[in-house]
Design a protein around this ligand. Structure first.
Ligand SMILES: Cc1cc2nc3c(=O)[nH]c(=O)nc-3n(C[C@H](O)[C@H](O)[C@H](O)COP(=O)(O)OP(=O)(O)OC[C@H]3O[C@@H](n4cnc5c(N)ncnc54)[C@H](O)[C@@H]3O)c2cc1C
Length: 393
């Protein structure tokens, strides 16, 4: 572990890894401290959706600015592989969601994203055998798909290391050191690193660490189970990633033989971030199978292969907290946390934008200042321009 660094990043999830890479690319001496291993937290359990559809334009912009990393990794980053699989992405809407969906597709077209509103007949072609009870429209992105979050994080760390960054794995950050209102470094169970800047990218554990600098960050653990079902012998040869908000279920192919399934409900909030997440709630698997089969009855002949949990940090408005803590804490303390179950696909552009904010005074790739910590203290929750309501219930 180095004795000094320009910037210490706590957490080697995809966000810490992307930030470390972008900072190292700008010549900063970066030390990443990770209590376990790369992608040990949310990143390693992420469903890996890579899609642009959001109800908040700045999140769509972040996903879109990140997208070239998934499709063009070798040229942009060099080492590693994010494992991007293009399947297309489809979001379903009922009468209630359809006006917002149409308006959001309009916002996304203005950003240059390839997306369109599709009719029930077109949806039935994209997902053969789908039951469209109550579905009046969809948003379809032909270029989107899914990727490998662990591979993405590992690739960013490998590229950062080639640029001189260090990863101290198996080292737990215990406290942020401060003196006279400024960050002076990080205390860990393997000794101290002196640094003027510390970034908390510690996922569900972020609030615990920030509290050691006297900063109260409203990031709670959010637990989310996913199941893998075996595809039945007779199944459509390809389907897109599907986000079925009216059915409160999502699913996507996983390789050739499996379907990954998650629910928008059944997500436990709060408690200790150290509660085990290895085993999924048994009622979750039943519920996932039921909701899935309601939408795609051909899955009734599939089988349950495995299921497990994961956890991310969630904020009250279900949007990330990005940037310096400002007047709420010591100078030099930055936050990249509270990704609320959607922070994989946006990590490349967030790392770039955070780096610009830190080194140039303003984020240029995407203006991420709306995600600032101050919005919470000032009671300005982030809400979509054409909102669907909370993603997770
Ligand atoms: C089941 C599930 C499905 C998801 N699906 C999607 C999806 O389809 N698409 C999408 O975009 N997003 C998805 N997400 C969200 C996305 O995965 C996360 O937002 C993202 O991975 C967060 O990355 P992170 O680096 O902030 O956090 P994490 O990956 O949690 O990394 C934080 C790291 O900090 C380390 N750490 C914590 N405390 C300390 C300490 N004191 N000292 C040292 N290290 C510490 C942890 O070990 C961990 O490795 C999903 C999340 C889950 C849980």
């Amino acid at each position: 572990m180095p004795a000094t660094a320009d910037v210490v990043v706590v957490g080697a999830g995809v966000q810490g890894a992307s930030l470390a890479y972008h900072l190292a690319k700008r010549g900063k001496r970066v030390a990443v401290v990770e209590r376990s291993g790369i992608a040990a937290g949310a990143t390693g359990r992420s469903s890996g959706f890579v899609r642009m559809h959001y109800d908040l334009a700045v999140e769509a912009a972040l996903a879109w600015a990140s997208f070239p990393h998934f499709t063009n990794w070798a040229e942009l980053v060099g080492v590693g592989d994010p494992g991007f699989v293009r399947t297309g992405f489809l979001q379903l809407a009922d009468e209630h969601d359809a006006p917002a969906l149409r308006a959001n597709v309009g916002e996304q077209l203005a950003l240059g994203i390839r997306t369109s509103v599709v009719s029930p007949a077109e949806i039935a072609e994209l997902v053969p055998g789908i039951v469209l009870d109550g579905i009046v429209a969809g948003a379809y992105e032909p270029l989107s798909g899914y990727a490998d979050p662990s591979g993405t994080a590992a690739g960013f760390i490998a590229a950062a290391s080639q640029l001189g960054a260090t990863l101290s794995a198996g080292v737990r950050a215990t406290a942020i050191r401060t003196e006279a209102g400024r960050v002076t470094g990080l205390a860990t169970d393997a000794g101290d690193i002196a640094a003027p800047v510390v970034v908390v990218a510690a996922g569900a554990w972020s609030a615990v660490l920030a509290a050691t600098a006297g900063v109260t960050v409203p990031v709670e653990p959010w637990r989310h189970d996913t199941a893998y079902f075996g595809l039945p012998p007779a199944h459509p040869s390809s389907i897109p990633v599907v986000l079925d908000r009216p059915g409160a279920v999502y699913f996507r192919p996983e390789g050739r033989d499996l379907l990954l399934v998650g629910l928008e409900t059944h997500n436990q909030l709060g408690g200790s971030p150290d509660l085990p997440v290895d085993v999924a709630d048994p009622t979750f698997v039943e519920e996932a199978a039921e909701r899935l089969c309601r939408r795609v009855p051909w899955m009734a002949l599939g089988d349950v292969r495995t299921a497990h949990g994961g956890q991310d940090g969630i904020t009250p408005d279900q949007r990330a907290i990005l940037g310096p803590v400002g007047s709420a804490g010591p100078e030099g303390l930055w936050l990249a946390c509270g990704f609320s179950g959607t922070g994989f696909k946006t990590a490349p552009a967030i790392g770039a934008s955070m780096t610009e904010w830190m080194l140039d005074g303003h984020p240029a790739t995407v203006d991420i200042t709306p995600f600032s910590f101050a919005r919470i203290a000032e009671g300005r929750p982030l809400e979509g321009e054409h909102p669907y309501g909370p993603l997770w219930n």
